[in-house]
Design a protein around this ligand. Sequence first.
Ligand code: COI
Length: 364
Amino acid sequence: MKIDIKTVPQAAPPSLDPKNIAFGKMFTPHFFCCEYRGGQWQNARIEPVHNFSLHPAALVFHYAQAIFEGLKAYEHADGSIALFRPEMNARRFNASAARMSMPHVDEQLFLDAVNELVKADHAYTPPFPGSLYVRPTLIGTEPCIGVKSSSEFIFFILTLPAGSYFPELPSGAGAVDVLISESVVRAAPGGTGHVKAAANYAVTLQVITQAKEVGCAQVLFLDSSSDRRVEEMGGMNILFVDNGDLVTPALGGTILNGVTRDSILTLARDMGLKVREEAYGFDDMLARIRSGQISEVMACGTAAVITGIRGFKLESGDRIPVGDAAPGPVTNQLFEQLQGIQYGRIPDRHGWVTQVVPARAAVR
Ligand code: COI
């Protein structure tokens, strides 16, 4: 589908020092937007960001018919700008759409829309270690209070200059404390934990607020079975260094197939690490951390990149430190490898990087 580019000349972008950008609050001037009506996508365009006018009965407000993606564009040393694995986001977007009874978005339209928007607002890409965060979103907009799938949708994409996701960690892998949610779960078998449904994030908000109150930056959720197996964090996957192996919970119906998770597992294998996809029971994980068998724990995601976990807090208030409180050697090595590929400093042996803006065109 042809995308109508209706950009409007802008004043020079503001200062884009990644240290001073709060994640998620600063937007570029344009966005991509497209409507689904009468059984087809129409009116694909890039235009200045504006508010939507939706009926208060729009299905997204009542029954959470909403999905999203997160990917990033990075400025390379030669000034070119490149996306990291956008095809994987396009595929996952449609897996989420199918689960949430939403229409398929042609993968080429998804990729063209992301490319054109990044091109249009590339001057808002912060320099290293910042990036341009891309947020494709799909919502059901038909006004209807009956519980049904919407017949009308909006697919839109926002771009946001981004620094670090965790304000306390301006650069590098860093390390944060994490609360273990022993009583609230985020997903159950047969549910939506494996797709990027907006509601998956809504159910984590109460516990994330509680985590912040006790000095934790994130939450680790356990599964809904009596084994209480370790699953996923509130928007990030989790990985452990156990006796030198890299271990992460296996994908099933309840864990998101993270692009960063997948990339790290590949890089770890390249580095000669043994990778195991298996889940720990909660008590087993704590015992292995206490004995030192688990020496490093890290969170990973597009927004969080790779962030070390320096300790877990339990609901009782007890704190279990991990390793030496700083990101360990494997965490740092994986971070350097991943970031090196994303910013074009390390050869991209897996074909993950797609240039969107060539070096000579990327002028601010
Ligand atoms: C991302 O990492 O892109 C996500 O969508 C997770 C969210 C916590 C920002």
